[in-house]
Design a protein around this ligand. Sequence first.
Ligand SMILES: Nc1ncnc2c1ncn2[C@@H]1O[C@H](COP(=O)(O)OP(=O)(O)OP(=O)(O)O)[C@@H](O)[C@H]1O
Ligand SMILES: [Mg+2]
Length: 308
Amino acid sequence: MALLEVKDLKVYYPIKGGLLGRTVGYVKAVDGVSFTIEPGQTLGLVGESGSGKSTTGKAILGLAKITSGCILFEGKDITEVVRKYRSPYKKSVQMIFQDVYSSLNPRKRVLDIIAEPIRNFEKLSKAEERKRVDELLSIVGLSSENAKKYPFEFSGGQRQRIGVARAIALKPKLIVADEPVSALDLSVQAQVLNYLKDIQKELKLAYLFVSHDLGVVRHMCENLAIMHNSRFVEFGTRKDIYENPTHIYTKRLITAIPDINPLKRNDNNERRKLVSAEYEEKRNMFYRDGSQVYDLKQIKDTHYVALP
Ligand SMILES: Nc1ncnc2c1ncn2[C@@H]1O[C@H](COP(=O)(O)OP(=O)(O)OP(=O)(O)O)[C@@H](O)[C@H]1O
Ligand SMILES: [Mg+2]
């Protein structure tokens, strides 16, 4: 059974206007996406800014109101309870936030930040709680003295690891990791990605891994969903997406990955120019009325592409 199944999810934000603040229209942030995540697996969700990635992740955690569609977790429909504060589902699913600095309360010590989810769900003595927090800090490579400090006393990479420690505090089954490394230096990025992979093995975690960069998610994900204009333009295994990208938008994202080998950079620039030209030429074949993404069609057992 899939761990998470999302069916035809739509999230529309109302646009208010006029003197009376009436709803004059909707921003269709997510407009009909479906996917499953198996236990212990990683699904990458990749696309440009504003394509609806964070909103998809937030809807799964009940942080964005679902307009229609449904969410099943371990086979149970949790669409109705997802916004309730203390449903058991909330213990199993956690989020690492895109903007980690603003998601950590600046007036709280690391001990209280990491212990907060534990306090919501479990009754531990002060000593037991402290022991748990120390264990969590050590999993993410921070020493226990850090528990007394405040978020501003850390570097970006260290803060990200505090966010990770809090997310794994309740031993969840699924973590929505929203751009967990995009604010970090390349060297620290690799470090945090490795932590996330190690923790995954240890806790048998599944991830929905959100990124705008196909380069970053390459070694993290078994499956990938490519999102554009609030919908999926392509869905497949890592092999399908990297070796046989089929939607014109996916092709363009693939050629945007910088080549580490300087000798190949010129080739890559050439390829990028070719794909850009192809994008301009064929764009209308891949979108209805210039921007609407078609429904996904299965082109191989695991590979789906939005085609007319
Ligand atoms: N709370 C909100 N109220 C109204 N509109 C919103 C809200 N949150 C997001 N949107 C809009 O929904 C769309 C999708 O936003 P979302 O944050 O999901 O994009 P994203 O793919 O995560 O982008 P980024 O890569 O920049 O983080 C955008 O047009 C955004 O302006
Ligand atoms: Mg986002």
